[in-house]
Design a protein around this ligand. Structure first.
Ligand code: GLN
Length: 288
């Protein structure tokens, strides 16, 4: 069929069908998001211009996006963007795509930190910078340090810090977990890799496109929690806390790990699906 016959309406129906055959979970939504990206507009525009035909250049770009998505490349990587805490984050395949679950971590930390003056935060394994950038955005007098082992991830996090006007309040350090930290903090925040190694191969194709070093937490998935629980206390102020995102069913394991550490469990927070998702750990106080 001739190119000029591809209207917005028709190409969305065709793409929805094609994505369905390819096992894409939300075929219509993804088609709309990709098309609005190519047309540099928002989704509502598609609905009010259903009969608009695509230009051949637009069609070519859209076809490329559809090919990638059919190979189960995540939408966020194709468009280079993901919304988190109401902010638009730049993402690349070098960083984990921010998840709604992680908003629980940010919101919990925000509540605990908002009474403090000029809180100092550290985000360990920052990836896209979603956690530290949104917290600094919400807490205008906070300062932060963001650590990642990946130079490419740090470059993305820095772009996001600039984009959301917090660049001058955050220092970026390349290194392993807490190792590059100096001084003490009111909060250490981390969404570390926590998936057991053998589970990685069973994940959805989209998740397997994400950096394995942002997902795999060792044999039992707990390696990075061991590091954090052992090492964080030295970098926390007396009333400071460690806030971690955890995987489904890991709360008990964390409670076990904490028993032989300088920390105690202060609170556990559930995500929107009712799963224990965030743990706040405080420094153990010496009994009088
Ligand atoms: N929540 C992510 C997932 O299950 C995992 C993120 C992580 O390992 N920190 O896809």
């Amino acid at each position: 069929m001739a190119t000029e016959c591809w209207t917005i309406s028709r190409i969305l129906s065709w793409t929805k069908q094609y994505f369905t055959e390819k096992g894409v979970a939300s075929p219509r939504l993804d088609a709309e998001v990709l098309l609005s990206h190519v047309l540099k507009t928002d989704r509502i525009h598609l609905y009010v211009h259903f009969d608009q035909p695509l230009q051949s250049e637009e069609l070519q770009k859209f076809r490329q996006a559809v090919r990638e998505r059919a190979l189960r490349q995540p939408v966020a990587y194709i468009i280079g963007r993901k919304e988190f805490m109401g902010l638009d984050f730049i993402v690349s395949p070098h960083v984990l795509i921010p998840r709604p679950d992680t908003e629980i971590l940010v919101e919990t930390a925000q509540k605990l930190l908002s009474p403090l003056r000029e809180p100092r935060l550290a985000d360990v394994g920052t990836g896209s910078g979603a956690i530290i950038v949104s917290l600094l955005h919400l807490l205008p007098d906070a300062q932060g340090v963001a650590v990642d082992i990946s130079e490419e991830a740090l470059a993305v996090a820095q772009q996001n810090a600039r984009r959301h006007a917090v660049r001058e309040r955050v220092e970026f350090l390349e290194g392993n977990m807490t190792e590059p930290l100096t001084g003490t903090f009111d909060a250490i925040l981390s969404n570390p890799p926590y998936i057991p190694d053998e589970v990685i191969a069973t994940l959805e194709p989209e998740v397997r496109r994400e950096p394995v070093n942002a997902l795999a937490g060792g044999k039992d998935g707990l390696n990075f929690y061991r590091h954090l629980i052992k090492n964080s206390a030295a970098y926390l102020n007396d009333n400071g806390f460690l806030a971690i995102e955890i995987g489904q069913g890991q709360a008990r394991d964390i409670q076990q790990l904490v028993l032989s550490s300088p920390l105690i469990v202060q609170s556990i927070h559930k995500d929107y699906a009712g799963i224990e998702r965030v743990i706040i750990l405080a420094k153990k106080k010496d009994l009088l």
